[in-house]
Design a protein around this ligand. Sequence first.
Ligand code: DER
Length: 253
Amino acid sequence: SAVEEAKRAAAKVAVENHYPKNAQWVGIGSGTTIVYVVEAIKALGVDISATKFIPTGYQSKQVIINAGFTAVEFDAIPPGTVLDVAFDGADEVDEDLNCIKGGGACLFQEKIVATQAKEFICVADHRKLQPRLLTNWKAIPVEVAPIAAHRVITKLKELGSVNPVIRPSASVKEGPLKTDQDFFIIDAPFKPLLIKADLEAGHDGNGKDGVWAVETLASKIKAISGVLDVGIFRGLTGPQATAAGGVGGERPV
Ligand code: DER
């Protein structure tokens, strides 16, 4: 289909332009686009016999193993090792390279892998790029401890989310979806998140009428006790990345 071809094309360009020569540590995200990223790495034909691929969940690990690559769990990485690169998909990307992630309920491991890499390459086909986050994708995925889920929902409503819900299981099993950490996902709808240009034009972004700037809302949600992580990946590039404590930068292709 045209969408699958778009994903494959984005993955090919991303890998051909950003897969480092002699890469030793490579983060591999989750979802469907990442399958084409791994395919494109194989097609490079470089020697990956000594390369360790870090998964971001069970699905990601299966993709790595099915490709015949070596999978090494995040907690098996020698302390202090910075990954050469991490590739992943996104549900939506804005003009400042911020991403909404978590559509596949893997956002926590995706975030620890992305921020452990020198460079984070977000591979997103044309459908994902929007003027602001939450234009097309309507809710922010938030990974929470099950015992705290209802408290977090109350706090998200106080931040202006309308009808945040615990994501139901996608399979025939009744009840909430469980992540690879055995946590819940709450999908929290918000109004579109303001980009830098909006703030420079004088817009507030501090939650008045439920309108937030990307970083402000991401920090507020992350600060709620019970939240493990938030499906907003800030567009960190270069010195910003270091300043923000992350080491990765997002460059959607
Ligand atoms: O859940 C995630 O964050 C995934 O990376 C997702 O956003 C991308 O999935 P897709 O490649 O199937 O669109």
